[in-house]
Design a protein. Structure first.
Ligand code: COA
Length: 242
């Protein structure tokens, strides 16, 4: 019988950094996602929270999270996709989530990212490491040219990740997050050539089949990151807030 990752090739995608493993969330990962979110993602700053809704505090967190993961998975098509990566420590502990989304990627070559870490793992450079991982995959393996992100103006760690990776300010918007509560959202843009690359190398497994599932033919990809199971010489083929 075929393996699930043969039928749904995104499940075979693995991104490995010095301290982290990122791979698209499977159903058996959902309880870990829910536990990590329930353990606490933020402390309110003057009543503000970093997301448009307080989903992580909801008594309905389990079904809400499962529905969000399933929705993003089943709606993904070449013309519009979201890959929801789970983020694990190298020792296998679930730490958080890092999303990458794109619409009309074939023409626009633009991705948008969103992420969170459980509170106990914040402030140790892991948010930067996981964003750098998906940027390396997008720029070097998928052939992205631009990455976008946004956050609320008071979210210093999120802005810190963006600034330290080379993003530039790209305007702002006002969002009514709940009745009468208006937040200022700041937007950032990273052109591939401005990316402040990390000093480590990303290891990528399962890229070719995953990219094909997203409708990105190999020859349109960029310069592949190090791809496991192939050459190691680098030429072997190959509501979202930051
Ligand atoms: C946003 C988040 C993913 C960032 O991850 P993190 O691990 O806490 O951040 P890092 O430790 O990787 O820090 C990355 C950079 O931001 C800087 N930074 C972190 N916290 C900061 C703060 N409070 N003030 C200023 N800079 C800060 C760091 O110095 C680092 O920059 P450097 O490499 O140039 O020194 C994480 O804090 C989080 O999950 N927050 C709650 C959920 C959230 O806000 N998600 C984003 C929604 S938009």
């Amino acid at each position: 019988m075929a393996l699930l990752e043969t039928l749904w090739p995104l499940f075979g995608l693995h991104l490995k950094t010095p301290r982290l493993v990122l791979r698209p969330l499977r159903d058996e990962d959902i309880p870990h996602y829910v536990d990590a979110a329930a353990s606490g993602i933020y402390e309110r700053v003057n009543g503000h929270i970093p997301f448009p809704t307080a989903w992580a505090e909801s008594p309905e967190l389990g079904p809400t999270a499962a529905r969000w993961i399933w929705e993003n998975r089943i709606k993904s098509r070449p013309e519009s996709w979201t890959v929801m990566f789970g983020v694990w420590s190298s020792a296998g502990e679930f730490l958080g989530s890092q999303d990458v989304a794109a619409k009309n990627f074939a023409a626009l070559r633009t991705v948008t990212t969103g992420s969170w870490l459980r509170r106990s793992d914040q402030g140790r450079g892991l948010g930067k490491e996981m964003r750098a991982a998906v940027l390396l995959w997008c720029f070097d393996s998928l052939g992205a040219e631009v990455a976008m992100t946004s956050t609320f103006e008071w979210n210093a760690p999120s802005i810190g990740v963006s600034r330290s990776l080379g993003y530039e300010p790209n305007g702002e918007a006002r969002l009514e997050t709940s009745l009468g509560v208006v937040e200022r959202e700041v937007r950032f843009r990273l052109a591939q050539e401005r990316f402040q690359r990390p000093p480590w190398e990303l290891r990528v497994e399962g890229h070719e089949a995953a990219a094909a599932a997203l409708g990105i033919p190999e020859e349109r990809g960029g310069h592949p990151a190090r791809l496991d199971g192939g050459d190691d010489d680098g030429d072997g083929g190959g509501p979202r807030m930051s």
